[in-house]
Design a protein. Structure first.
Length: 317
């Protein structure tokens, strides 16, 4: 006997609010059994389409590359270490479906150079997955003097997308891979460079992820014709988690998602038809609220201030 959609939605929402069940393999297993679970994309959904993935040398990024390639995509993989990426993609059996491009997303000059190379190669892109991430233990700055987490997670991706518009398809899709950690942080448009207070790597990471999500509506307006999303992968057993949060990874190991489960919604958003409405945060193929856990919704003035800082940092109008 099938459960009515209203009951399915109630179960889905309950999983989301309880955090541990919703973010682990438990939540995904339950949601896949609900009648409201969206269909998988067809086996050749991305045949002949180009997709660019940043941070594709390990973990969620490498798995995203593999799962996009499994749907027929040709993947342009942007990494800092070409050798590391080549090893990972060879192990996953998808190296022949990829071109590897070296770039440090935190270095805006390097991003501009990458764009010149991509445009010069006349690549054609269905979309971009902004997956590259950092969590430096001490406050660090990019070559342009920006706090490194914000440079890699926000400034580099916005500049890359802005400058790649000539090679993006008219109905292009852009996905920022964010983190549930952002639920614990407000948008700090008053201190985007994290110069006030004692530095915490997890706080810096979460603040930059909060900024990604809060700018989704503005970026959707700025890039007409594209759909712009953010995805929260849940808690997955990846090198990023085990290296940065070893105690958490050890305690939660029995229920952490595998990398493919963490990449699922990102791949689904890139491949499903018709294109889901943009400007929203997604997890497990459904839109999610961007604030809760007692945090008040971000006001428009703070979003506008953050957008202005971002565009000024990138020297964009």
């Amino acid at each position: 006997m099938q459960l009515p959609d209203a009951v399915d939605r109630a179960i889905d929402t309950a999983l989301d609010r309880m955090i541990v069940p919703g973010y682990t393999s438990i939540g995904l297993a339950v949601r896949r059994r609900l009648d409201t679970w969206p269909d998988d994309p067809g086996p050749e959904a991305l045949a002949g389409r180009g997709v660019l993935v940043t941070g594709g040398s390990s973990g969620l990024g490498a798995q995203t590359v593999a799962d996009l390639a499994a749907l027929g995509a040709y993947v342009h993989v942007v990494v800092r270490s070409e050798d590391k990426a080549r090893e990972a993609l060879t192990e996953l059996g998808v190296l022949d479906a990829c071109t590897i491009w070296r770039c440090d997303l935190g270095d805006l000059d390097d991003v501009r150079d990458l764009v010149d190379r991509l445009v010069g190669a006349k690549v054609a892109l269905r979309g971009i997955v902004h997956n590259a991430g950092v969590m430096p233990p001490e406050r660090s700055e990019s070559p342009q003097g920006h706090e490194l987490s914000m440079a890699v997670h926000l400034l580099g991706p916005v500049l890359l997308t802005e400058l790649l518009q000539p090679v993006l398809e008219e109905d292009a899709r852009v996905v920022f891979v964010t983190s549930g950690g952002m639920y614990a942080q407000e948008l700090r448009a008053d201190d985007p460079e994290y110069v006030d207070g004692e530095y915490s790597p997890t706080t810096a990471y979460a603040r930059s992820k909060r900024a990604q999500v809060e700018l989704l509506p503005a970026l959707t307006r700025r890039w007409p014709g594209m759909t712009v999303h953010a995805t929260h992968p849940g808690w997955a057993a990846t090198p990023g988690v085990t290296d940065s949060l070893p105690t958490f990874a050890k305690v939660m190991a029995p229920v952490l998602r595998d990398a493919s489960a963490g990449a699922d919604t990102t791949v689904w958003l890139m491949a499903t038809e018709p294109a889901p409405e943009g400007g929203r945060l997604w997890q497990d193929r459904a839109p999610r609220p961007s604030t809760w856990l007692g945090l008040k919704a971000t006001d428009r003035a703070s979003r506008d201030r953050m957008l202005t800082w971002t565009l000024d940092a990138l020297d964009l109008p």
